[in-house]
Design a binder for this molecule. Structure first.
Ligand code: HXC
Length: 303
């Protein structure tokens, strides 16, 4: 049994479908794509590092004999022309785009006092503008897929987009003002999209991952010496698995997600409800403010 996706899903449910994914070289998004490919999809992942994009794509392609997985490097989601060119390559090589995962993001711990104008803008550019750019560049193709799949159950699903967000901005989180502001904006893009284009058959939803073990995000944002405390702070008493996010993605893109539009699916074991203003895996509030600052880069405030 695969450890990256539930055995509950029927094989071949995504046959002849194409997924386009930003952030697809990262642990979480590559896991989502791996699950979709194993269930029949072909895929295009993009990233900044060409070698990494190619090698992750090659690894994912091994999941299913005959699959096609493109790994396009040198694509920064802040650059509309580059993203558009990658989208066109995907459509030319794989025949269209049925699903989009908007996953590219960057993050670091920095309290407001240590965050420069440029640092704040950088995260807004990558997380929020990058999501906007990805959505704009893929929308014409998603709408074509939506049109092909609208009202039909026989040829599967299509015209679906999932944004990877976070629950952090709901409770607010110290040292995360930049990411909280960006992800609140990402949710707004999905929410409005789900209103404006659903009549054409498109659905837009959000997955908000919680603390997922063995990811770059967790390494950057939590203190490894406090791992046991961190686990205890999650209501279900464990860290998330990449598989948990992959299964949520299959659920939303598959037949199981047909009537889900404009939703935010928290895949976090319920952890945001107990986090409050504190800091996951770090010191308790208010010590968490200084603890986070010391985990981040040594930096003084510069405007
Ligand atoms: C304070 C920092 C900083 C830090 C960078 N900056 N790191 N400020 N603390 N730790 C500031 C810089 O000093 C600079 O401001 C500005 O940010 C831009 O930095 P650059 O390095 O010039 O920009 P760039 O090359 O675009 O780097 C992007 C980056 C970098 C995000 C800053 O960290 C990066 O590439 N990270 C890899 C991707 C990543 O973060 N992955 C984690 C994904 S996990 P000044 O004022 O000096 O010019 C994730 C989980 C999501 O995203 C959870 C959501 C809540």
């Amino acid at each position: 049994m695969a450890n990256f996706v539930s055995g509950a899903w029927k094989s071949g449910i995504f046959d002849n479908k194409v997924v386009f994914c930003t952030g697809g070289t990262g642990t979480i998004c590559s896991g989502q794509v791996r699950a979709l490919v194993s269930l029949g999809a072909n895929a295009c992942i993009i990233g900044r590092n060409a070698e990494k994009a190619q090698s992750v794509a090659t690894g994912i392609a091994k999941e299913r004999c005959g699959s096609k997985v493109l790994g396009l490097g040198g694509v920064d989601v802040r650059d509309f022309d580059k993203v558009k060119a990658a989208v066109e390559t995907c459509v030319r090589e794989l025949g269209g785009i049925d699903f989009v995962i908007v996953g590219a993001a960057a993050n670091f711990l920095a309290p407001i006092s240590a965050l420069s104008l440029n640092a704040f803008r950088t995260i807004i550019d990558i997380d929020l503008m990058g999501s906007w750019i990805t959505m704009k560049a893929t929308l014409p193709y998603l709408l074509r897929s939506a049109e092909r799949h609208k009202g039909s159950v026989s040829n599967g699903t299509g015209g679906r987009i999932v944004f990877i967000s976070s629950t952090n901005y709901r409770s607010a989180r110290v040292a995360q003002v930049h990411a909280c502001a960006a992800k609140a904006g990402v949710n707004a893009i999905s929410d409005v999209l789900s209103l404006e284009h659903a009549p054409q058959g498109l659905t837009s939803n959000i997955i908000a991952p919680g603390p997922i073990g063995d990811t770059e995000g967790l390494r950057r944002l939590s203190d490894p010496t406090l791992r046991e405390d961190a686990i205890r702070s999650v209501p279900v008493q464990r860290l998330g698995l990449v598989k948990d996010i992959a299964d949520a993605t299959v659920f939303l893109f598959g037949d199981t997600g047909n009537f889900i539009n404009g939703a935010c699916l928290d895949v976090d074991g319920g952890s945001w409800r107990v986090r409050g203003g504190g800091q996951f895996g770090n010191r308790k509030y208010p010590e968490s403010i200084n603890s986070a600052a010391s985990m981040g880069r040594e930096k003084t405030s510069r405007l």
